[in-house]
Unconditional design. Sequence first.
Length: 211
Amino acid sequence: MKILYGLLFLLSLTACQSSLIADLVTQSGQAFYQDDFSDPGSGWTQISDVNGSLGYTEGGYQMLVQSAGYDLWAVSRHQYKDVRIEVDATRLEGPVVNRFGLICRYQDMDNFYVFIISSDGYYAIGKIENGEASLLGQEMMAYSSSILQGDSTNHIRFDCIGNTLTGTVNDQRIAIASDANFSGGDAGLLTGAFDDGGVTVSFDNFVVYKP
């Protein structure tokens, strides 16, 4: 048991050191990490079960959520502090009443921030803490004309800097919130379904910048 705890501590310490080194050597505006998903071996999760699937498809990273009220997500397997995350996202199939977007400061599957939009034009910044989801700065998802609806591709950006979380779509800032619970963690992607499953979203040009 002591060996296991020691190994976990060492892995945690190594991740923290790696994050610190990357932050020191990377200049503002440069990329910590980027992936256009052209290489299926670049390290993102590939799974398939009754609830949906994650995987590389036709030069993108595709998420299919089959079950209503369900979310799927994947992260880059790196650690960051302050970040600007960007991605291109396109709905391929399923209901336009959906949710998809970016994750920052991912601690584990029960603790992270998310900026989501929907294919019918709505958005929100949210927090998952101890497995409980809540919205930040708003009571429900709000509408924005900056979000391209239907099957259109949206360029999504999520800035997580200090205690400020900012969501931008197609170069228009549409959401801002403040929270101090998570100061660092991984970055990633999320797709979810509301009342109807079958939501399929493809992601491309994922980049994590130093702000």
